[in-house]
Design a protein around this ligand. Structure first.
Ligand code: IVH
Length: 657
């Protein structure tokens, strides 16, 4: 093997290991930036040696070309579904049937697994490499979504399996974020994480699947091991993610206990489950029990009660959020959905109201899913005296102008001083994970704004003891505590301040990346949209929103006021962790066409790379210019990659000059 192909293979191995640590074990050993830079390094090498690119290279996940449609492919064996047990009695019936069929007294065990609420996907491997991925389709024939499946990090691109089946799911958090973004962009929202997973897997452009971060939980392995327990163990060993909460049960009592346990605990999981799948463990016994035309006799799905109920929309209120977006919220006739009273549901925006065709007075189906805000699924019956929702022409809070920008689904109140926006922005500023001002809740913020004590976030820092003690539900002690908490928040680091400002599309993570890239709020404020995109994960949409925020004179004033209050707007740029060359070492040799040696060194270091004086096996790249000397020979000897100035600049992501 040539030294380049060796280096490529090593990088691939490392990337695979880190992907597994991150996506399957949830235990990353390196930062995202280090991972990205390793990936970039591999890409650079593969670009230079396209003949060495293989289908199972981690670079090939990022999404191939969009396709024109999905090809239908027959499954190796039908993907049948399972019979359901809707309650404990039906689960016990299943156990009786199994015992009856196996014969009295025969020993056997069950395996109980979580029933992931997603869509099933069969993944085929040929010669150890991922060859094809098929959705369930009608059970006999599925759709070929191979390119999309490749982008799912918890599906290994290489394994010793012939075929693996499992479930593609969307995490609750990613689901909420996706819907928020879609609502803000005027796209229809997904009803639940399962629909979002299906919608993301069945898109023609794999880049979209890649951007949505789906998860895959595997539960079937072919060739079949001797038991289901062994299946799960081997899948895990091969690098698949299996639900860690499966349990081997010696009898029906243990099975019932597991089902009840997870019915209680389902909300604690980051993804949705809709039941527990109970399987006879031994494959020999499974085969003796056999199949009906529809489903195996050796397994059953214990389904949790649905978390959907019907109720009536009594009214629809339009709320104003901190970015001025008007959000219609349905007030429902209170209804208990699996033990939780639900009386409100979000409708996201006007388009969503139209899509659902809801009117006040209609009976609707409401779904509650974990910590996801209750949603209206569809209209069940139109109300006799139904009437349409009137979106206000003026802001319901300040009476200010409402604008619906072309191409946007959201209508906004454009008055930056609107009290509703102000209350929301103060609550966001004070929130946990932002400024962490304990004690600054809704009731307090309402009073502060209504009494005119706080007209912007900076005013919070001018509050005096006397202002506070006179408020409702505020004693001397709590006033003192609150003041101390407010004072403490002056030390908040730049990423939190950036997040706190409530710039559209700038949440915790983007704020961190921006602070790490620019190191200074003033730099961010004075950057062009192009410059802003130097930060990781900042695209045109986010850059535009940041730029617009800082162009607003009102926001300038706010920042000056915060500065006067003692906030510090600088942040240490973590070169090692943040830059595109993080974790990489470079040795320079010869004369480069544009950059002086010092220049080159400075740029590499600014991008997070290291420039040691001498060449060793640990060096990642030798940057060679004209008349490169003995270092070049040594590089070849050690198998270190040799690049030129142009490639170096490409890796840094900048141009000479
Ligand atoms: S086993 C022939 N295990 O639920 C048995 N299925 O209602 C194959 N599902 O079609 C299925 N989690 O899409 C199995 N741990 C799990 C599962 C699971 C979710 C889905 C699967 C299946 C459906 C049956």
């Amino acid at each position: 093997m040539s030294s380049i192909s060796k280096q490529i293979e090593q990088l691939r191995e490392q990337l695979r290991r880190h992907e597994h640590l991150y996506y399957v074990l949830d235990a990353p050993e390196i930062t995202d930036a280090e991972y990205d830079s390793m990936m970039r390094e591999l890409k650079v090498l593969e670009d230079a040696h396209p003949e060495l690119i293989t289908e199972d290279s981690p670079t090939q996940r990022v999404g191939g070309k969009p396709r024109e449609g999905f090809v239908k492919v027959r499954h190796s064996s039908p993907m049948l579904s399972l019979d359901n047990a809707l309650n404990e009695a039906e689960l016990r019936d299943f156990d009786r049937r199994v015992r009856g069929l196996l014969g009295d007294g025969e020993e056997f065990r069950y395996v109980a697994e979580l029933k992931f609420d997603g869509l099933s996907l069969a993944v085929h491997y040929r010669d150890g490499k991922l060859a094809q991925a098929l959705t369930r389709g009608d059970g006999t024939t599925g759709e070929d979504v191979t390119e999309n499946a490749r982008t799912i990090r918890s599906i290994p691109l290489r394994t010793g399996a012939a075929e693996v089946r499992g479930e593609v799911v969307f995490t609750k958090k990613a689901f909420e974020k996706l819907n928020e973004d879609r609502a803000a962009e005027g796209l229809p929202v997904f009803a639940n994480p399962r629909n979002a997973a299906a919608g993301s897997l069945r898109v023609l452009d794999p880049a979209i699947t890649a951007s949505r971060r789906l998860e895959y939980f595997a539960y079937v392995l072919m060739p079949l091991p001797a038991t289901q327990t062994e299946t799960l163990r081997q899948l895990q060993e091969m690098g698949f993610r299996v639900g860690t909460q499966w349990h081997s049960c010696s009898d029906i009592e243990a099975l019932v206990a597991f089902c009840k346990e997870w019915e209680e605990k389902r909300d604690s999981l980051p993804y949705e489950i809709d039941g527990v799948v109970c399987k006879v463990d031994s494959v020999t016994q499974q085969q003796r029990l056999g199949w009906t035309a529809k489903a195996p006799r050796w397994a059953i799905a214990y389904k949790f009660p649905p978390r959907q109920e019907e109720t009536v929309i009594e009214s629809i209120e339009v709320q104003v959020g901190r970015t001025g977006v008007l959000t219609p919220v349905a007030h429902l006739r209170p209804v208990s959905i699996s033990g939780v009273m639900v009386s409100r549901a979000t409708l996201h925006n006007e388009d969503e109201i139209e899509r659902l065709g809801v009117r006040i007075g209609d009976t609707v189906l409401v779904e509650r899913a974990g910590d996801v805000i209750p949603k209206i699924v569809r209209v069940v019956r139109q109300g006799e005296h139904r009437h349409p929702v009137e979106m206000p022409k003026q802001c319901p809070v300040c009476g200010g102008e409402i604008v619906r920008a072309e191409g946007e689904a959201a209508s906004r109140c454009i008055n930056v001083n609107c009290p509703a926006r102000l209350k929301e922005s103060i609550l966001h500023w004070a929130a946990r994970g932002v400024m962490d001002i304990d004690g600054m809740g809704e009731a307090l913020v309402d009073q502060l704004v209504d009494r005119g004590l706080v007209k912007n976030v900076a005013d919070v820092y001018r509050l005096k003891f006397d202002d506070l003690v006179n408020l409702e539900r505020m004693g001397e002690k709590s006033a003192e505590k609150l003041l101390a908490n407010i004072a403490r928040s002056r030390n908040a680091p730049l990423p939190r301040i950036l997040n706190g400002l409530g710039i559209s599309f700038v949440g915790e993570r983007t704020a961190l990346l921006l602070a790490g890239t620019f190191g200074d709020l003033d730099k961010i404020a004075s950057s062009t949209e192009d410059e802003l995109q130097q930060a990781d994960e900042v695209g045109p949409k986010v850059a535009h929103s940041i730029h617009k925020f800082f162009a607003e004179p009102h926001n300038h004033k706010l920042i000056d006021a915060l500065r006067c209050e003692g906030f510090r707007f600088t942040h240490e740029i973590k070169k090692r962790e943040g830059g595109p060359l993080a974790g990489l070492t470079f040795v320079l040799t010869g004369t480069l066409p544009n950059l002086s040696r010092d220049d080159a060194k400075q740029r590499i270091e600014a991008a997070g790379g290291k420039v040691p004086a001498s060449l060793s096996k640990k060096t990642n790249y030798v940057v060679a210019g004209e008349e490169a000397g003995s270092k070049l020979d040594k590089a070849r000897e050690l198998g270190v990659a040799v690049i030129d100035e142009a490639r170096l600049l490409e890796m840094i992501g900048g141009v000479a000059g």
